[in-house]
Each structure stands twice: as structure tokens, then as C-alpha cells.
Design a protein around this ligand. Sequence first.
Ligand code: SF4
Length: 66
Amino acid sequence: MTQKIVVDFGLCEANGVCMGIIPEVFDLDEDDYLHVLQEDVTPENEEQVREAVRQCPRQAIAIEDA
Ligand code: SF4
């Protein structure tokens, strides 16, 4: 089953913690708007994505079954 990364942009305060953990997936642009560059959770990124979920101070990142 595929799992997808979902960000609640209403909660996100664009502090870049997630980008610091895995910039291949999370990117803050010049306007402090967060982009999810890669929505799929993969064997390669899963560990760091889960770390970003844990460390997000706003608990804005979730992993959902697609
Ligand atoms: S760590 Fe959380 S609050 Fe910070 S930019 Fe990422 S999603 Fe937004």
C-alpha cells in the first residue's frame, strides 16, 4: 500500500524543521511557503520522513494511506 505525506498548511508555521531533516521532500521557498517535493513515502525516505513527523513542532505533518 502506498503511503503519502500530507501537510496541514493551516498548522504549518514554516520554520523549516522538516526541510532540515530531509530537504529532498520538504522545501521552503523564498516566501516561506512549504512545498512537498515528493509526496510518496518510499523505503529510501521513510525513516527521515517519520523523523520529520516526530519533530515538527506544530504536528503539521501526517502520513496517510493512499
Ligand atoms: S516542521 Fe512542521 S511547522 Fe515546520 S515547516 Fe515543516 S511542516 Fe511546517
